[in-house]
Design a protein around this ligand. Structure first.
Ligand code: NAG
Ligand code: NAG
Ligand code: NAG
Ligand code: NAG
Length: 482
């Protein structure tokens, strides 16, 4: 009697196990996802993918959504990862479909000549903020994409690596955005953070290039090998301990750094450099920055860890601004040298200084100028751009090969002026020719984008932390893990 009973038990148990497997592993996820992705997000009309690409980004920055132009990845190795990866991918496919739908809707608006019916919401009401107006390339599409990110997007932060080089970064001075983002991601990213790598859409490599420079670089040695070596070792460790890097060769991984040398450091691993998402202040397309996969990070100078109080409350709109344009800074690089040689002590309305005399105050001059000149220095990025935005001083971008931050959603022409470097001698002529009405529009634009460049603690919707994440989210939508 004993033996058959044991068999019976085994049979019943196996049956139970089998149905458990069928219900929870085979049937349910598929069914639920099919509902979630294809019933809810099913597009009523569809826009060809290449149309969506230009809708989402500028003409010069193609963003491939979906397969076309996207990077096909190796197949997952095991059934389990295929299942989990499949689920992650299906939700992304749903997001792409929903964005395609939003793109169609705004095309229809255009055709019917409806100005976007969105209510901009009140300025302080972060919970209900809806992007609208000329500062966005496509406000409806951005709104949809942002909300999908809030609903879906999950980041896994690798626990590997020791302090201080990993899990920490500078929160003061010129590279502060690096530390602020790292800290946010480590300690308070809330809904965007997951401890389960199997549900993550992207994997964050939490090292700080600025701290590598501080701890490993021998001053004046001009030897960046230790930085590359650290990065190379870090990737080796995570790709040995975890299966995720090898699965996509780093395509769904991202690093973030504001240090001038971070592009060099990222050469420590060829796939990090060529395939991963690199979020960099030094976004120089002529030094390997690829806007399709890399993200331009705004440089934000925090003296002592804070934005200067003077910049927190710029003067009211009708306060006169005495100077046409302002710049002060060292003669770093050819663009600044050109600017200083043409304009230093040359014109009362164009205030260009190399070193600001003691009795003058940098921020007061910004607050007193209509335009703030933001030339590249030794590297393309300049903290002046964000300071100008805070000061409601219209930024004048003087750079070459620079990809402006968040330019796949923001229409920089609506809140800044770009002057060709060869036109530096004509600066006064160019800026004076901007009609007052146009200038007021630009200034309104600057005010409208301020929230996107603001660091908050805790973070707020649509602030700079979320804009960075959103840029990574858009890059991630690019890729399809097959
Ligand atoms: C759209 O509307 C604006 C003003 O409401 C008008 O000036 C413009 O000509 C219209 N465009 C088309 C294509 O109908
Ligand atoms: C990933 O690939 C590297 C190099 O081919 C290998 O050394 C490593 O063991 C692989 N990692 C895993 C988790 O299989
Ligand atoms: C990136 O890819 C190119 C072309 O395959 C290769 O020549 C280059 O060495 C790679 N870059 C790095 C830093 O490995
Ligand atoms: C951008 O990269 C190019 C090529 O290396 C370099 O000549 C140029 O100086 C860089 N721009 C800046 C502002 O550093």
């Amino acid at each position: 009697m004993d033996i058959p009973r044991r068999y019976l038990f085994a049979a019943i148990f196996s049956l139970f196990l089998f149905s458990f497997v069928v219900i929870f592993v085979v049937l349910l996820p598929g069914q639920l996802l099919e509902f979630a992705t294809f019933a809810v997000f099913k597009p009523r009309h569809s826009v060809p993918l290449d149309r969506l690409r230009t809708k989402l980004s500028g003409e010069n920055q193609l963003l491939a959504v979906g397969n076309s132009g996207g990077i096909r990845r190796d197949k997952f190795r095991t059934a389990t990862t295929r299942k989990l990866g499949g689920k992650v991918e299906e939700r992304l496919a749903g997001a792409r479909a929903s964005m395609r739908e939003a793109a169609t809707e705004s095309e229809e608006d255009e055709r019917r000549n409806v100005t976007t019916a969105h209510d901009g919401g009140s300025d302080d009401d972060d919970d209900h903020f809806v992007p609208s107006g000329a500062v966005y390339r496509n406000p409806r599409l951005f709104h949809r994409s942002y909300e999908l990110m809030e609903k879906i997007f999950k980041v896994y932060v690798y626990p590997d690596g020791d302090l201080p080089i990993t899990h920490d970064g500078p929160c003061k001075s010129i590279y502060s955005i690096e530390g602020r983002f790292l800290h946010e991601m480590e300690h308070s990213a809330g809904r965007f953070r997951t401890n389960n790598p199997n549900v993550a859409h992207v994997f964050f490599l939490p090292f700080s290039v600025t701290w590598m420079v501080k701890y490993f670089y021998i001053p004046d040695s001009h030897n960046l090998t230790p930085l590359k070596k650290y990065v190379s070792d870090y990737i080796r460790v995570i790709s040995t301990r975890h299966p995720f890097w090898n699965r996509t060769r780093g395509a769904d991984h991202f690093m973030l750094s504001c240090h001038d040398w971070s592009p060099y450091a990222s050469q420590g691993n060829p796939f990090l450099y060529n395939t991963s998402i690199r979020v960099l202040c030094n976004a120089n397309t002529s030094e390997g920055f690829k806007p399709r996969k890399d993200v331009s990070l705004p440089e934000i100078y925090l003296y002592g860890g804070e934005v200067s109080p003077k910049l927190l409350s710029p003067p009211s709109n009708n306060t006169p601004r005495y100077y046409l344009a302002f710049f002060a800074g060292g003669e770093h690089g050819s663009i600044r040298s050109n600017l200083i040689h043409h304009w230093k002590n040359h014109d009362n309305e164009i205030r260009v200084y190399e070193y600001l005399p003691k009795e003058l105050d940098y921020y007061s001059l910004m607050l007193n100028s209509k335009f703030c000149l933001c030339p590249s220095g030794h590297e393309v990025a300049s903290p002046r751009i964000v300071e100008a935005i805070y000061a409601e001083c219209v930024p004048v971008i003087l750079s070459e090969y620079y990809v402006l931050p968040f330019s796949d959603v923001l229409q920089w022409e609506a809140f800044s002026v770009q002057v060709d470097v060869s036109d530096i001698p004509r600066l006064k002529e160019i800026l004076s020719a901007i009609p007052e009405e146009k200038y007021q529009k630009l200034k309104e634009g600057v005010r409208a984008v301020r929230r996107h460049f603001t660091l908050n603690q805790p973070t707020k919707r649509y602030d700079v932390f979320h804009m960075i994440l959103h840029s990574v989210w858009l890059r991630r939508l690019n890729i399809e893990l097959i």
